[in-house]
Write a protein that binds this ligand. Structure first.
Ligand SMILES: [Mn+2]
Length: 321
């Protein structure tokens, strides 16, 4: 099962994770549901029958209600950690089971704290997973290093073990600590980077193309460099983690941590279509996170997110298949 691309050929298993406790901005929970329901509706309305035939009925991961959650934001006290951990335990098992069926888990956020669960599920099914992290943020903060204290900025710190003391359950979800070595991560498009994160990236020699470097390299050339890094690191499967805040906030306001100078819709489409054609290693699981429809009442961000998600999964403009 290593010679074909799950993005293009596998049965698709949407796994919605209506989580906002990691970003502490209500609304990404609605994003998960909007993507879950909108994808099938878009394909039904557009008569994308070959894509619909590959689409499994969605799974929705329950997220517990934290009492008085909206009165307890931004306290840097990890009050939401237990609910996040509980959801990620279920998510890791769902991703794990989906990969074992040789279907593609499509983890629909929800905020990026869910990556601790999805990466754990992927790690359980490969000798060495490579994580292609396309995001404005490196999300490799520890509790101490984080400026915000928001857990959605910490999933890769849990994954490489540097947050294991503060996030013990999350860090152990794969059954091994750490889940990843630093050479298993490739960053593309990062541009809002905390000082602590910069030190972590440089000290651990983590592959990174900032948004400026990616732009200067050329979008495809930089993408090829990131994939080549993971291939050279000896990984045998890829987990794609795509945060919609990598898009430019001018065209995509519907996300909580906006930062200027992001990808255009066409550049993001180019990246996702390239990945759909790439066959060197299986792209075997993916996250699509941080859509917050409440921050863009026009609905354009949700439509853009659905367009890009559908593109990632094989929808093309003139070929319904
Ligand atoms: Mn982000």
């Amino acid at each position: 099962m290593t010679d074909y691309n799950f993005l293009r050929t596998a049965r698709m298993q949407p796994i919605a994770v209506p989580l906002w406790y990691g970003c502490e901005v209500p609304g990404t929970d609605h994003g998960a549901i909007a993507l879950r329901d909108g994808l099938e509706q878009r394909w039904l309305d557009g008569h994308y029958n070959s894509l619909l035939r590959r689409l499994e009925a969605p799974i929705t991961i329950p997220v517990a209600d934290v009492p008085r959650a909206r009165a307890r934001l931004h306290q840097r006290d990890l009050v939401f950690l237990e609910a996040i951990d509980d959801a990620n335990v279920l998510l890791a098992d769902a991703v794990d089971a989906t990969i074992k069926r040789e279907h593609l888990p499509i983890v629909l956020g929800g905020d990026h704290a869910l990556a601790m669960g999805s990466i754990a599920g992927a790690v359980r099914n490969a000798a060495k997973v490579g994580v292609l992290w396309i995001d404005t943020h490196p999300d490799i903060n520890t509790v101490e290093g984080s400026l915000s204290g928001h857990i959605h900025g910490m999933p890769l710190a849990a994954a490489i073990g540097t947050a294991a003391d503060d996030l013990p359950r999350a860090s152990a979800l794969a059954g091994v600590v750490p889940m990843l070595q630093p050479d298993q991560i490739a960053y593309l498009g990062i541009r809002d980077i905390d000082l602590f994160e910069e030190k972590t990236i440089l000290r651990n020699n983590i592959f990174a193309r900032t948004m400026d470097e990616w732009n200067d390299d050329g979008i495809i050339h930089g993408l090829e460099a990131a994939l080549a890094h993971l291939v050279d690191a000896g990984v045998d499967a890829i987990h794609l983690s795509f945060d919609v805040d990598v898009l430019d906030p001018g065209i995509f306001p519907g996300t909580g941590t906006r930062y200027p100078g992001g990808l255009t819709i066409r550049e993001a489409s180019q990246v996702l279509r390239y990945l759909g054609l790439w066959t060197q290693l299986p792209i075997r699981s993916m996250d699509f996170v941080e859509l917050n429809p409440m921050l863009d009442p026009s609905g354009i961000s949700t439509q853009t997110a659905l367009h890009l998600l559908a593109t990632a999964l094989g929808q093309r403009m003139l070929d319904r298949g």
